[in-house]
Design a protein around this ligand. Structure first.
Ligand SMILES: Nc1ncnc2c1ncn2[C@@H]1O[C@H](COP(=O)(O)OP(=O)(O)OP(=O)(O)O)[C@@H](O)[C@H]1O
Length: 259
């Protein structure tokens, strides 16, 4: 199996605190890996360090066989950050934002087929009918799906997603799961931060669980507690927090797997 992502001894310090403690993570071609853990366990920081958005104090990252830096093949990598507003007052349409996903490095002009590819990517996330709508007129969940389409339009070999379906309704989550299944079939490797496997459960065969910035589990996804997967489960009751006691061995008591 070809190594698509390899992080070794990754240490990240932010605001004087060590957030990631020498994390090792290797992901092979075609894997779909779920990154799980309680709030504040370091999932987003890990993904951000993997794409170089936050600097690592120590350790190395290789993406698609190249060290993180000038040689990273960004045109083959898709990244969806944790919920950010797409619009930010810029009057771009959904289609324009998605087309911008085809720009990278020295490619500052979209290729001729960009419009067609953007339309396809928006269809994949169920937003084909809103392609020409200004992003600032879209709901938060719809904006999130525009960002997913923006990552998909590259047809990436490696896709990193930070809570892509948070705040997205169930039918759209299921549509996204189908799009991800198609990508996996075509060989895309996926690393996805999730609070719950939800609609993506059938796809995620490997779970990496973080706790206080260290990997505490790497293997089969832990089973959710009974009732947690049920559509009627409201998720408004407390799941505990960093101070909850006693946390289960994997620290999953805070992410909705047991309560
Ligand atoms: N820029 C920053 N400066 C200082 N501390 C930070 C910064 N960014 C994140 N942190 C801290 O790092 C820790 C991990 O945050 P991170 O966002 O990676 O967690 P997470 O597992 O993704 O959480 P969540 O599930 O809530 O999204 C938290 O304690 C957070 O307060």
């Amino acid at each position: 199996m070809t190594e698509v992502l390899a992080a070794a001894g990754l240490r990240v310090t932010l605001g004087g605190a060590t957030i990631l403690h020498d994390v090792d993570l290797t992901v092979s071609d075609g894997e779909v890996v779920g990154l799980l853990g309680a709030n504040g366990s370091g999932k987003s920081t890990l993904v951000r360090a993997l794409v170089g958005v936050v600097p690592a104090e120590r350790g190395t990252v290789r993406l698609l066989g190249e060290p993180l830096g000038r040689r990273t093949p960004w045109d083959r990598i898709g990244y969806v950050p944790q919920r950010v507003a797409v619009a930010s007052g810029v009057p771009a349409t959904a289609r324009e934002v998605v087309v911008s996903g085809m720009l990278h490095g020295r490619r500052l002009v979209p290729p001729r087929h960009a419009g067609r590819r953007a339309a396809e990517a928006l269809e994949l996330v169920g937003l084909g009918h809103l392609a020409h709508r200004a992003c600032q007129e879209l709901s938060g969940g719809q904006q999130q799906r525009v960002l997913i389409a923006r990552a998909l339009v590259r047809r990436p070999d490696l896709l990193l997603l930070d809570e892509p379906v948070a705040g997205v309704d169930l039918p759209s989550q299921e549509a996204f799961a189908r799009a991800l299944a198609d990508l996996r079939t075509s060989g895309t490797t996926v690393v996805v931060v999730l609070h719950e496997l939800g609609a993506l459960a059938p796809l995620v065969r490997r779970a990496v669980v973080l706790r206080h910035g260290s990997v505490v589990h790497d293997g089969a996804p832990p089973a959710p507690a009974p009732g947690h997967a049920a559509p009627s489960h409201d998720h408004v009751h407390p799941h505990g927090g960093e101070d909850a006691s006693p946390p289960d061995a994997l620290g999953l008591s805070t992410v909705g797997w047991s309560s």
